[in-house]
Design a protein around this ligand. Sequence first.
Ligand code: F6P
Length: 559
Amino acid sequence: MSDIPVIDPTMTPAWDTLDQLADNFDPDLRKLFADDPTRTQTFTFDAADLHVDLSKNLVCPTLVGHLLALAEQTGVLELRDRMYAGEHINVTEDRAVLHTALRRPATDSLTVDGQDAIADVHEVLEQVYAFARRVRSGEWVGITGKPVKTVVNVGIGGSDLGPVMAYEALKPFVQEGLECRFISNIDPTDAGETTKDLDPETTLVIVASKTFTTLETITNAKVVRAWLLDALRERGIVSDEASEKEAIAKHFVAVSTALDKVAEFGIDPANAFGFWSWVGGRYSVDSAVGTSLAVAIGPEGFADFLAGFNAMDRHFAEAAPEKNVPLLMGLLNVWYSNFLGADTHAVLPYSQYLHRFPAYLQQLTMESNGKSVRRDGSPVTYETGEVFWGEPGTNGQHAFYQLIHQGTRMVPADFIAFANPTWALGDGDADMHELFLSNFFAQTKALAFGKTSEEVRAEGTPEAIVSARVFTGNRPTTSIMAPSLTPSVLGQLIALYEHITFVEGAVWGIDSFDQWGVELGKVLAKQILPAIEGSSEALDAQDQSTRALIEYYRANRTK
Ligand code: F6P
């Protein structure tokens, strides 16, 4: 059993103090700002290239002191150091948690389980970079000698969400003439729609799966393999086992920790990029799982991406607690969810390029911190793991912001924006970025300071609708800005949220790095399949609701 102490946070003096403070907590951001002209300065921090303003949160310096005491009393920073050192802090799987090793420079070394993890990381990175260069230069050709135009990543969860999010975010950095597509869902529509207009001769498939056993990914990989071979057969390009083998070798590569299973699937292990059990799926976009991205933005871009992660890792490791942005943001989340009753947390990027960022964060945060027992198996008696969600602004403004502004629930929100657009603005849209960012600034201002009934009346509003037009304000937000959305800045942003997630899990004493909760559904799906396919025995074994639903399905399925 692990020697990492497990502390019940509710037993700490700091929890007690925070509990008492929360009892009659009645924050007034207008007053807090009026009383302290240096508030913004006090609560604004630079972490690598990220400029983070926490001043519109419902805190004062004394309260932050209590939150830092909570971190100290629950051993957050000790656990951070154990994580960075490669100790097995993922106790239920008895594994090290070393995504931070994926982005350390080659000059570093770190022995994990008797092996230099950093040397291993750089060996694989060199393979990925060499492969990316061959694809980008046109040296890697398909079975008919044509260069690759489309890379299709087949994966799910961490083997999909990170690559697709980062590819979308970094589109302006993608080499012209190359595109990436992503297949994840076992809904046949996904593979069908993604491949329907593709030329197999110029398509390269990356099958990404840490375990190489995930049903969705293996099924989709088989479907795509069949699509490719059928199409090549129809064109008379493949005709026998040898030419099929050649086609797979030239059009399929894999990313996995299970290279034996890659070979079983028929992909040459020489065309496979490995990683290690100490990289969690949701923390793996910066490993070989990011191969599609490395091809798209090139080795230099990918190296910048990794350098961005590393800059934030160093900030988290080295910045003093009172200036440590991931630590402070994680603690604020604990304050809102455990003491002020917030259930959800919105992430609202003012960048269309980040449109998949909230979805990516959902796996990162919710698969990590949706736990009900601590690392020693004892049940928690407090909330863990907020529901993360979001959409890019300004779209969200015209959809769900109403609830954030005037609803009865507190929804802490992170607003993210960039001073410079990465999209090359044309003459006609030169001032659009100003228009766009004026919304970013306006929203956090409205949420913090609201609009009083006096102000509403002063506008001549009829008395009957004054209350409907009042904004209470005091709705907490964090503003994160950076000069522009580069590969490095994206790496910094991802690492920021990885560490925020870590801090919350560490306070709660849970294992943020396992995901047993996804297992039961997988097992039951396997048991249910025969019932759907017609076995009356399997159907009878179901509970009455599931049985009735399957019967409905079978009665209504017409094709
Ligand atoms: O959803 C469970 C999970 O294990 C995730 O943690 C992981 O990212 C995903 O499935 C895909 O797993 P793999 O990369 O092994 O195919």
